[in-house]
Each structure stands twice: as structure tokens, then as C-alpha cells.
Design a protein around this ligand. Structure first.
Ligand SMILES: *Cc1c(COP(=O)(O)O)cnc(C)c1O
Length: 333
């Protein structure tokens, strides 16, 4: 793999920290738990989209784009990070926000990520739930081009074969860190949504021949659809970087048992996980992704699926800004 062949901008100081969670490890009595702090990617309070945006905005800049169009749910972390990063390069950002979560909660609708979007001067347009949001974004991009703007459309979550390079690169970074520490990683656990994070990791680990399995914990779709999405994107990403050999279908594994009632809807496990990480480690998870992923990992430890003697790295994908959209769910006792 030789990622320098692709355009890139720099948005954060790498590597992000890789830390051992002694208190959580002790509290759960299972595997040794480490955390890869991709919540610490700096831009707009950080998160996993910043890595993807290095490659997406690299391409946008090369194409001379002045206007970024993207989409997400109302409390989208991706939109918040995109709106901020676009500003750094003098680009306008238009975001289509889907009312994907059916709620009248004032915090959900106007605090957290939405508040930050407005501070970054993002042009927000709302859409009802259930539309093909990437098609909506493409249509908005086409309208802007028709009036002479150079618009660059970023799909939801920044998840295409360009954005996924961020997690190919993260896999290289993590393996190098572990090698320097003499740390043998048995498994990586992370939230999986629009698929770019897991797809990039799978390709990057394949490309470094690391032999470390990745477990994605789903936050929206049933397992089969989630795995199909990750696998499709992993293959497209592998093709883009000219990876030798195929991505094995078995290397794409998602557990979608921790979604609860649906995308962005709180679960008891998520609320417990957010409190546990905050109080054991002083680390903030988020209600939609990392909180549910951690809830899944905790449950798999309690069920003895992940066991003592293993070393697990939880990839923290960020999202704490979203906590402010979920005040009621997190403070109800
Ligand atoms: C977007 C997001 C994810 C999911 O990553 P994908 O690449 O979309 O699968 C996980 N955690 C947080 C906090 C996110 O914002």
C-alpha cells in the first residue's frame, strides 16, 4: 500500500493515543482492554470523520471545489466535522439533515451537533425521514453546479472508497503503535454505521498482513445488510489502492444485536456504557455509536465471548458532542 499516491490534506496530529484502560479492565474482569483515541482528532471536538475528511477534502481541493455538500441525521457527527473542516479550506458547506429519529426533544433538535453546525456557518436544509439521502445530496450538488459553483458531494458518513482511506491509514498507524509497544492485539472492536471505518480497517489490516480480526458493532441495520455494505466498500477501497488478492468475505463481521429500537434511539446498555466509561476512565462516549458499541463489547465480555487472556482494542470513534442532544435519556435514573 502506498497512500501518498492519493491527494490528502492534514487535519490532526497523528498518531492518536493508544491507551490501556486499567480500571475498565478490572471492573469487567475479562480481556485486557485498550482504547484507540480517535475521539481525539482535534477538529470540532474530533471523531472518526476527520480521518476520512483528510482524503475527501484532499480530492475536493484538487478538483477546485468551493462548496461541499453532505448529509446526515439531525445529530450527525459527520456533518459537524465536515462543516468545520470545510471552513479551514475556505469552502462553504451545505448539509441536508434527515429527521431520521422521530422526536420533538428540544435538545435533540437544536443542541449538540446541530448547535455546532450553525456555529461553523453550515447551511442546513432539512429532509423528512426515509429518502435516499445520498441521492438528495447529489441532486443538491447538481443544482449548485448548474449555477456555476464547483460543488463536491460527500456521501453520508464520508463513506466511499476515498473516505475509507482514512481508516486504511488508521490501521497502519495502529499496527505500528502496537509493534512499538510490543503489544499483541487479538481483536479490534468498533462501532459500524455507514461502513467506511470498518471497511477501511479491514483493508488496511489486510494490506499490512496483520491478521487482526475486526468486530463491528452495528447501530442501524440488521447484520446481513451491514456486513454487505462493509464488504462492498472494502472491495471498492481495496481496488482503489491496488491491494493484491481479495478481501475475504469472512473478514467482515458485524454484530447488530445492540441497535435496540433503532438508529439514534437510546438503549439501557448504551446509558450504562456511557456512565461506566465516564466514571471508570474519565472518557466520554456518545449515545448513537460508541455508546452502543461499548455496550455490545461489555455484553460480549459478560457472556464470555471475549475472554480473559485476550487483548482487545476498542476504537473510539468520537461523538461526545451528541451527548448534549440526549440530556433526558442520560439523566433519567
Ligand atoms: C459515523 C460514526 C461512526 C460510524 O462510522 P462509519 O464509518 O459511519 O461506519 C461511529 N462512531 C461515531 C461517533 C460516528 O460519528
Amino acid at each position: 500500500m502506498h497512500l501518498a499516491r492519493f491527494p490528502r490534506v492534514r487535519l490532526f496530529p497523528a498518531p492518536t493515543p493508544l491507551e490501556r484502560l486499567d480500571n475498565l479492565t478490572r471492573a469487567l474482569g475479562g480481556p485486557e482492554i485498550w482504547i484507540k483515541r480517535d475521539d481525539c482528532t482535534v477538529v470540532a471536538t474530533g471523531g472518526n470523520k476527520v480521518r476520512k475528511l483528510e482524503w475527501l477534502l484532499g480530492e475536493a481541493k484538487e478538483l477546485g471545489a468551493g462548496h461541499i455538500v453532505t448529509q446526515g441525521a439531525v445529530q450527525s457527527n459527520h456533518v459537524r466535522q465536515t462543516a468545520a473542516a470545510a471552513r479551514k479550506f475556505g469552502m462553504t458547506c451545505t448539509a441536508l439533515l434527515e429527521h431520521r429519529v422521530d422526536t420533538n426533544d428540544r435538545d435533540y433538535l437544536s443542541s449538540g451537533n446541530v448547535l455546532l453546525d450553525t456555529l461553523f456557518g453550515c447551511r442546513i436544509e432539512y429532509r423528512p425521514s426515509g429518502l435516499d439521502m445520498n441521492a438528495e445530496a447529489e441532486a443538491r450538488g447538481a443544482e449548485l453546479r448548474a449555477v456555476g459553483e464547483v460543488a463536491y458531494v460527500i456521501p453520508g458518513g464520508g463513506s466511499n472508497a476515498v473516505g475509507a482511506l482514512g481508516y486504511v491509514s488508521c490501521a497502519q498507524e495502529l499496527v505500528q503503535q502496537a509493534d512499538e509497544l510490543g503489544l499483541v492485539i487479538d481483536r479490534i472492536v468498533t462501532a459500524t454505521g455507514s461502513a467506511g471505518t470498518q471497511a477501511g480497517l479491514v483493508v488496511g489490516l489486510e494490506g499490512t498482513n496483520a491478521n487482526i480480526p475486526v468486530l463491528g458493532i452495528g447501530v442501524r441495520l440488521p447484520r446481513e445488510r451491514q456486513e454487505d455494505n462493509v464488504y462492498r466498500l472494502a472491495r471498492a477501497t481495496a481496488a482503489r489502492i491496488g491491494l493484491k488478492g481479495d478481501i475475504a468475505r469472512e473478514s467482515v463481521v458485524a454484530n447488530c444485536d445492540y441497535v435496540g429500537a433503532g438508529y439514534g434511539i437510546p438503549t439501557e446498555g448504551m446509558v450504562e456504557a456511557v456512565h461506566l466509561l465516564a466514571q471508570q476512565e474519565g472518557i466520554l462516549l456518545d449515545p448513537v455509536y460508541s455508546g452502543k458499541a461499548m455496550a455490545g463489547m461489555i455484553d460480549l465480555i459478560r457472556k464470555g465471548v471475549l475472554t480473559r487472556g485476550e487483548t482487545v482494542v476498542f476504537l473510539h470513534t468520537g461523538g461526545a458532542a451528541g451527548l448534549f442532544g440526549y440530556v433526558d435519556a442520560l439523566t433519567r435514573s
